[in-house]
Design a binder for this molecule. Structure first.
Ligand SMILES: Cc1cc2nc3c(=O)[nH]c(=O)nc-3n(C[C@H](O)[C@H](O)[C@H](O)COP(=O)(O)OP(=O)(O)OC[C@H]3O[C@@H](n4cnc5c(N)ncnc54)[C@H](O)[C@@H]3O)c2cc1C
Length: 451
């Protein structure tokens, strides 16, 4: 038993406690909370003298369940799973929404660190927390309206960028009574969720559902306006903005750094590729495609190319399956759909004819540890050529600081990673722009200022 003691003083062995909360439900002190307040009784003293156990005293709060502490926005997983089990879907969604601006989106694409931490896995397998969140959102979202803010603070915040960080920041601020506007350069809100994550993984109506809810809190989203080109900080100040949050993400794809890469026909960076597909471009059928990279963006590019009718898609990754950063579900889906994943393979140079790519020269690698993370090193003499007429690089992204500097009237930003404040008064940063490429829920946590 993980909980010992009688009604006065629970003594919890956190080595064995699975945070199921069954003890809280069974305990009469749940019904009579004043009983829990009793401290320093003789019984309490006896229990306190036991070694190795945690003793709750007045004012102590319980450590968070492992799923909740693993969640960057500290979702009360146990609470909403219990409500779902009781078929109280609206209450479950309300509880989810208390900490999460994008429940339907997270129900589809969150990388669910809660499941990796789930203690149920010690017994058999982790609970399907992400799917249960998705279920609660599907059951209750259409009927749930946002609560109106208690009062207006008469203060305005302008957020640049409508990705998960900008949306989460907007939702939190609107709930507390701020007037919030989001400025977005693309013609649809949602950041990478609106066009980089393919619709077969995140249906657009799901994205729309969460964005509509945020709009109903009073947040205004203005699309098709680029900060730094169509609008500057000075313009925003003229409209009476009290603070500006830069949440423009990491939108510039890193290149493979191979010779002449940009000059060849048949080379694309993955964000460019995914955006053109989202905008309705189709790939000529029968193409031979190579995707270079090992994250979700690489999987999405490879799967999108296959769905577009590519004859063959080979994904090369210079490390092994254990090092691959893509979510396991995405890797499994890519393999099941027919993507050929070649591990321990690095690109060397393009093979071309008349400036068109006809193949990619590659080599096998091995991991060698020097300081820290083992690095892939080319195995001499292992070179080979993979025929291809389209090579997509998916090796990471970085923030575009130049356009932001232009928008800030030439002033360079220096941000404090802890507070997300910057060297410019009233200007803050959030999300991937502040912390580098991450995930939806980590960008949201950062937008809520939980870096
Ligand atoms: C292909 C792909 C698949 C992914 N899959 C997953 C996944 O399955 N799960 C997961 O958790 N994470 C995933 N991620 C990562 C996740 O999408 C990002 O971490 C997250 O979107 C970052 O949120 P953000 O709000 O910081 O920035 P973004 O989502 O990048 O949003 C920034 C917004 O700012 C706008 N903007 C940029 N410059 C300007 C400007 N000058 N003026 C006005 N607006 C501007 C952009 O148009 C964009 O809408 C994926 C990323 C990619 C590329």
């Amino acid at each position: 038993m993980a909980v010992e003691g009688r009604t006065h003083k629970p003594v919890i062995d956190f080595e064995r406690c699975s945070f199921c909360a069954a003890c809280m439900e069974a305990c009469p002190a749940e019904l009579m909370p004043e009983m829990r307040q009793e401290i320093d009784t003789m019984r309490g003293k006896i229990y306190s003298d036991q070694d190795g156990l945690v003793h709750l005293k007045e004012g102590d709060s319980l450590p968070l369940p492992k799923c909740q502490s693993a969640c960057p926005i500290s979702q009360d997983v146990r609470g909403y799973l219990r409500l779902i089990a009781r078929k109280q879907y609206t209450e479950a969604l309300e509880l989810i929404r208390a900490a999460n601006a994008l429940p339907s989106i997270c129900g589809h694409v969150c990388h669910h660190p809660c499941e990796s931490a789930c203690v149920r896995a010690n017994l058999d397998e982790a609970l399907s927390i992400r799917s249960l969140k998705r279920f609660a959102a599907d059951m209750a979202a259409p009927s749930l309206l946002p609560a109106k803010p208690v009062s207006s603070l008469n203060k305005k915040v302008s957020i640049i960028g409508s990705g998960p960080a900008g949306l989460a920041a907007a939702y939190e601020l609107a709930k507390t009574g701020y007037t919030v506007e989001i400025i977005e350069s693309y013609h649809r809100p949602g950041g990478l969720l609106a066009w980089a994550i393919p619709a077969f993984r995140l249906p657009r109506e799901i994205l729309q559902r969460d964005i509509d809810f945020i709009r109903q809190t009073g947040v205004e989203i203005r699309t098709g306006i680029e900060f730094g080109k169509d609008l500057t900080l000075a313009d925003l100040e003229k409209t009476g903005t009290d603070a500006v949050i830069i949440a423009t993400g990491t939108q510039t794809g890193l290149t493979l750094a191979l010779e002449n890469e940009d000059n060849y026909e048949g080379y694309q960076e993955c964000l460019q590729f995914l955006r053109s597909i989202s905008d309705g471009m189709t790939l000529e059928p029968g193409r031979q495609v190579i995707v270079v990279g090992g994250g979700n963006a690489a999987m999405d590019s490879a799967r999108s190319a296959l769905k577009q009718g590519a004859a063959k898609v080979i994904l090369i990754y210079r490390r092994g399956p254990l090092e691959m950063p893509a979510d396991q579900e995405e890797v499994k889906a890519a393999l099941a759909e027919g993507v050929d994943i070649q591990f321990f393979t690095m690109p060397l140079t393009f093979i071309t004819q008349d400036h068109r790519i006809t193949g990619l020269a590659c080599a096998k690698t091995e991991l060698k540890a020097e300081d820290g993370r083992p690095s892939p090193v080319k195995i001499e003499g292992s070179d080979f050529i993979i025929p291809a007429d389209l090579v997509i690089s998916a090796v990471g992204q970085k923030a575009d600081h130049d356009s932001i500097t232009t928008g800030l009237n030439g002033k360079k930003l220096e941000a404090d990673a802890g507070t997300l404040a910057t060297n410019l008064p009233k200007v803050f940063v959030a999300g991937d722009f502040a912390q580098g490429s991450s995930t939806v829920v980590e960008a949201m946590a950062n937008g809520k200022n939980r870096p």
